[in-house]
Design a protein around this ligand. Structure first.
Ligand SMILES: NC(=O)c1ccc[n+]([C@@H]2O[C@H](COP(=O)([O-])OP(=O)(O)OC[C@H]3O[C@@H](n4cnc5c(N)ncnc54)[C@H](O)[C@@H]3O)[C@@H](O)[C@H]2O)c1
Ligand SMILES: O=P(O)(O)OC[C@H](O)CO
Length: 336
């Protein structure tokens, strides 16, 4: 029987564990809080992250990483991007030597500007083909209510990619596609969070659909430019992990990143918004590392720049809007 260990009993880790359990994969969640682990094992619920959801009885949880990892074929990582390096360093001694390491995370590491699959390769000391990424329009608030969703599984090892695709294909609920472009799939997921912050700020300011369309379209241009500089396949950004996730995150009130931006746009301070945000909004930290990555590769990302200024340097949203609209006019062509 195929076995999986899922690290993180937050909203996506738990929900992805439900999907794996549904396809017959024997799945153990690792959680750092004993009370969450107990709620999953005894009452089959995770009220802090998935209130009202009934978890399958076969989905087990533990606080012991060695127990979760024992015999695992898939090691699925769903912790905040900025804590992954420290977490994985602690779990490394127990990692099965032939397991596929799977990232569900959508962030870029601060300081190193590394994608999560790069951090995994470095910390676990495994080659790229042992690491897969799952990313797409996957708002947990919908999936956990049983609504259908599609995603993208990316890995440079075709057989491993297809094994993971089969392990999380659960019709009619969850439909994974494959794409060998790990860089593009990962960038699409991380950078759309930054664009969702911008769209949220605009919504909080009371701006309308033209502005939302402008930010999403020019945001996709920023994602594509950065992707091209990093060697991604440009077609990836027209797919689920690119435009698909951008649409879902920028338009849904369920998005934590969009909501975070909306609260800033309404005039709340950063400290107030952080205090009101109970779950991980990856773009808040990753906007800095995305901008640093762009500068390293000489890629222009004006929306990302103003997101960093509004989120971290207290630039008034109105000033950010004027800055963006006053840029030198230019042609709109692919890659510009
Ligand atoms: N929720 C979604 O809709 C969704 C969908 C797709 C991808 N993702 C991505 O999945 C990743 C996880 O997000 P989530 O929504 O599950 O977040 P979450 O906030 O719901 O859960 C985060 C989990 O990480 C744990 N955690 C927090 N700090 C930790 C630390 N220092 N060490 C170890 N564990 C720690 C928390 O206890 C919790 O179990 C993010 O990168 C996110 O962008 C989320
Ligand atoms: O709630 P968000 O903003 O973290 O978005 C969740 C997922 O990434 C959407 O695909």
């Amino acid at each position: 029987m195929t076995k999986a260990a899922v690290f993180g009993t937050g909203s996506w880790g738990t929900t992805f564990g439900m999907i794996l359990t549904g396809t017959g994969v024997r799945t153990t969640l690792w959680g750092r809080r004993a009370e969450v682990v107990e709620a999953i094992n005894r009452r089959h619920e995770n009220p802090d992250y998935l209130p009202g959801a009934v978890l399958p009885e076969a989905l087990r949880a533990t606080t012991d990483p060695a127990e979760a990892l024992d015999g695992a074929d898939f090691v699925v990582l769903a912790v905040p991007s900025q804590t992954l390096r420290e977490n994985l360093t602690g779990w490394k001694p127990y990692l099965p030597s032939d397991a596929l390491l799977v990232s569900l995370m959508k962030g870029i590491e601060l300081g190193t500007t590394k994608r999560m699959s790069e951090v995994i390769c470095e910390v676990a000391e495994v080659p790229q083909e042992r690491v897969a990424v799952v990313s797409g329009p996957n708002l947990v608030g919908e999936i956990v209510r049983g609504q259908p969703a599609a995603t993208v599984v990316a890995c440079t090892d075709e057989r491993a990619m297809e094994r993971l695709q089969a392990a999380c294909h659960l019709p009619p609920w969850f439909r994974p596609y494959t794409n060998p472009d790990v860089v593009g799939v990962e960038l699409g997921g991380a950078v759309k969070n930054v664009i969702a912050l911008a769209v949220g700020v605009a919504a909080g300011m009371g701006l309308g659909d033209n502005v939302r369309a402008m930010l999403m379209t020019r945001g996709l241009a920023e994602i594509s430019r950065l992707g091209a500089a990093l060697g991604a396949d440009p077609h990836t950004f027209a797919g689920l992990a690119g435009m698909g996730d951008l649409v879902a995150t920028c338009t849904s009130p369920l998005s934590r990143n969009r909501t975070f931006g909306e609260n800033l746009g309404r005039g709340m301070t950063l400290a107030e918004v952080v205090a009101a945000t109970k779950q991980t909004a990856e773009g808040v930290k990753s906007c800095d590392s995305v901008l640093e990555l762009a500068r390293k590769h000489d890629v222009e990302m004006p929306i990302t720049e103003v997101v960093v200024a509004v989120v971290h340097d207290a630039m008034p949203p109105g000033e950010a809007a004027v800055l963006l609209m006053s840029r030198t006019p230019k042609p709109e062509r692919y890659g510009l």
